[in-house]
Design a binder for this molecule. Structure first.
Ligand SMILES: NC(=O)c1ccc[n+]([C@@H]2O[C@H](COP(=O)([O-])OP(=O)(O)OC[C@H]3O[C@@H](n4cnc5c(N)ncnc54)[C@H](O)[C@@H]3O)[C@@H](O)[C@H]2O)c1
Length: 429
């Protein structure tokens, strides 16, 4: 089938590559000229496992890239919207890019199209997209707008796209639902057909629930520290309850990333706009701010005043296996460390280059061992596998003082202490 995907970021590019690999003709459109020039040469501008191989395999056969929205619209039956919906200062979602694309689709319509919204947008946006398209096309051609929220996770995005837990198709038009369903047929995944507004809400409700689950276990961790219990054991015991499940029960330094913070804020804002005070989510936002701040307190507890101290920061991206630094906890805490007079040397397996533009006066190391050399404290911000497998004896010999603050609870406290480290995790004895 002929598909256009507007927006070639983390979601759009994976959508392009996967649909092309499934045998469709895909045109990826973006208004970032630099990005499109790279993609046309086969250079993938983001780090996402398995994506480069899919693009190499399909480029210039079933997959092309352009900045020309008109071309994409005219040549395709399905037009996916996958542009960003970042937060405004008020917390509400910035829908300018989605509106701009909707207007562009309207202006360039040359026949019947199905417009599929993959961007995370507040309830009601699908209806607005339909009316913007109609306004700019003069209503000459029939268009159905379908909500198809994306649930992939950065770091395993290709896998998640191809093996999703479920695919949501939200529309009040059964024919359009069936056509979009056909695109996903090769995946043999569970397809949930629902109405447009419920689909939009399912995405926000899911992300808000996950952010709440993380925040809940973080608060349990904080209580564990006070009562001398171990949150890892508590989470294990809780997770075996089928009603709770083990996922998203890893206590740590707080959630970040391009989705949870903005989606939680956007849902609070949308509820407020409709006259509803979403109390739990407001508490989640506050608790997550405090959880991130508690990292500095943990470091100070072990090191005392930070003036003149050297800190090794391991992991900068908001989660492992991605180079995405949006709302990354590490960036916030590094700034606080610097404000307290510490020097920071950091290492990340994939996000180092992106971090260079965001971090000031931070030395970026080539590997974890270079980062810890001469450090008074090692802080783990992201649970990359290579940090779990570090040679801790070597780490200890390289450090000035053997102190570890483990913001993701990835090290074995007993083992680390037996090696002579002072260790602080989150919610552990
Ligand atoms: N990143 C994730 O893990 C994830 C997961 C699920 C859903 N989402 C949602 O998917 C959407 C996209 O997220 P992302 O992380 O891929 O964002 P992104 O910032 O990585 O990519 C957005 C892309 O859209 C392009 N763009 C912006 N305005 C445009 C326009 N007018 N015309 C053409 N291109 C335009 C940008 O240049 C960029 O390449 C968001 O709504 C997000 O909430 C993201």
């Amino acid at each position: 089938m002929k598909i256009c995907v507007v927006g070639t970021g983390y979601v759009g590019l994976v959508t392009c590559a996967c649909f092309a690999d499934l045998g469709n003709e895909v045109i990826g459109v973006d208004n970032d000229t630099g990005k499109i020039e790279k993609l046309q040469k086969g250079i993938v501008p983001i780090y996402e496992p398995g994506l480069q191989e899919l693009i190499d395999h399909n480029l210039d056969k079933r997959l092309t890239f352009t900045t020309d929205l008109k071309l994409g619209v005219e040549k395709s039956e399905f037009i996916f919207i996958a542009v960003g919906t970042p937060p405004l200062e008020t917390g509400e979602a910035d829908l300018a890019a989605v509106k701009q694309v909707a207007a562009g689709i309207g202006r360039n319509l040359n026949g019947h199209k199905i417009v599929v919204d993959k961007s995370t947008v507040p309830v009601g946006m699908g209806d607005l997209v339909a009316s913007i398209i109609e306004e700019h096309s003069g209503g000459q051609h029939k268009v159905e707008v379908v909500s198809n929220p994306e649930f992939l996770r950065e770091g395993s995005a290709v896998h998640d796209f191809l093996q999703p837990d479920r695919i949501l198709i939200g529309t009040n038009d059964p024919v359009a639902a069936a056509r979009v369903g056909e695109l996903y047929e090769p995946l043999e995944a569970k397809i949930i057909a629902t109405d447009l507004r419920s689909a939009e809400m399912i995405k926000y409700a899911s992300n808000a629930f996950l952010a709440t689950k993380i925040t809940f276990i973080n608060e349990i961790a904080n209580v564990c520290e006070k009562v001398d219990a171990d949150v890892s054991k508590v989470a294990f015991g809780m997770g075996l309850d089928a009603r709770i499940g083990p996922a998203f029960l890893n206590a740590g330094a707080g959630y970040g990333g391009s989705c949870f913070p903005k989606d939680v804020s956007a849902l609070i804002h949308k509820a407020e706009k409709e006259g509803y005070d979403f109390k739990i989510l407001k508490a989640v936002v506050q608790a997550n701010i405090l959880q991130k701040k508690s990292m500095l307190a943990r470091i100070k507890d072990l090191l005392g005043p930070l003036e003149g101290k050297q800190i090794a920061a391991l992991g900068l991206s908001f989660k492992p296996n991605t180079d995405d630094l949006r709302e990354a906890v590490a960036l916030e805490v590094i700034k606080e460390l610097q404000e307290n007079g510490a020097r920071v040397r950091a290492y990340d397996p994939a996000a180092g280059e992106n971090a260079r533009q965001l971090l000031v006066n931070v030395k970026l190391a080539e590997n974890a061992y270079e980062a810890v050399a001469g450090a008074h404290c090692l802080v783990i911000f992201t649970e990359w596998n290579e940090f779990k497998e570090m040679d801790l004896e070597r780490v200890k010999n390289l450090m000035k003082t053997p102190v570890i603050v483990d913001g993701r609870n990835i090290l074995d406290p007993e083992k680390v202490k037996a090696l002579g480290f002072s260790y602080r995790g989150v919610g552990r004895k």
